[in-house]
Design a binder for this molecule. Structure first.
Ligand code: ADP
Ligand code: MG
Length: 229
């Protein structure tokens, strides 16, 4: 259940890139993600979806405006404060999985906990539990090249969950898997939401976006419409 307490808050956020002239990736976005909510962001290619997600996760900072995550202002954060937010406050799931190919599934999932100061045995135990939760209890010691696309994305989701983040940020998580596998990935995100997690999902597919509680439609760096489902 969503409550009024926002996990992520955007206040008139602008992000401008300089590529031989200014390009406004976000041109004034205000948006609030209540704790426990499930929001999808839809829009054409180049509309600013990934920029929005990256700013919410401290991968980048706004040119103007404020981004708050769990009450912390990322717009004025130092690089090391941003690194701490990325490590513990947010869980990223990318279209391309972004796993380390030479580490096993358990080692990939346990990695964020290294930075969070967990000892080795506890890391392995938590990583094994999370992999079991996503249906990979029998693949703990497999490396990404030995896993299917859907299995890799499950490992990535388990890794995102490892530090018990305030919000899960998923950028086109079904973009590199077939339709059936994508539906299983989305079932998993539904389960995570049902368990109380806050989820922000980027997709260009209406069918996928409809899993969420609302769809934020972006175009040319602005929110065109917020559609309740
Ligand atoms: P989407 O995810 O909706 O496809 P993006 O957020 O990736 O859109 O990009 C929005 C706009 O910002 C695009 O015009 C893109 O070219 C530009 N952009 C994004 N990232 C950068 C960057 N690192 N440097 C320069 N321009 C960028
Ligand atoms: Mg994108």
């Amino acid at each position: 259940m969503a409550t009024a307490d926002p996990v992520v808050e955007f206040a008139d956020v602008r992000k401008t890139y300089d590529v031989g002239g200014p390009v406004a990736a976000l041109a004034g976005v205000s948006l609030s993600l209540p704790r426990g909510s499930y929001t999808a962001v839809m829009g054409p290619s180049g509309s600013g979806k990934s920029t929005l997600l990256n700013l919410a996760g401290g991968l980048d900072t706004p040119t103007e405006g404020r981004v708050l995550v769990d009450g912390r202002d990322l717009s004025t954060a130092t690089e090391s404060e941003l690194a701490a937010v990325r490590g513990t406050e947010v869980g990223f799931v990318f279209q391309t999985f972004n796993l380390l190919p030479r580490l096993t599934a358990v080692e990939n999932v346990a990695l964020p906990l290294v930075f969070d100061g967990w000892d080795r045995d506890r890391r392995r135990e938590r990583a094994s539990d999370l992999l079991t939760e996503v249906g990979l209890g029998d693949r703990l010691d497999h490396r990404p090249p030995e896993l299917s696309g859907g299995q890799r994305q499950r490992v990535a989701i388990a890794r995102a969950l490892a530090p018990d983040p305030a919000v899960i940020l998923a950028d086109e998580p079904t973009g590199n898997v077939d339709t059936d596998t994508g539906d299983r990935i989305m079932d998993l995100l539904d389960d995570l939401h049902a368990a109380g997690n806050t989820v922000l999902l980027v997709t260009h597919e209406r069918r996928i976006a409809e899993r969420a509680e609302r769809i934020v439609h972006v175009r040319d760096g602005v929110v065109e419409e917020v559609e309740a489902l």
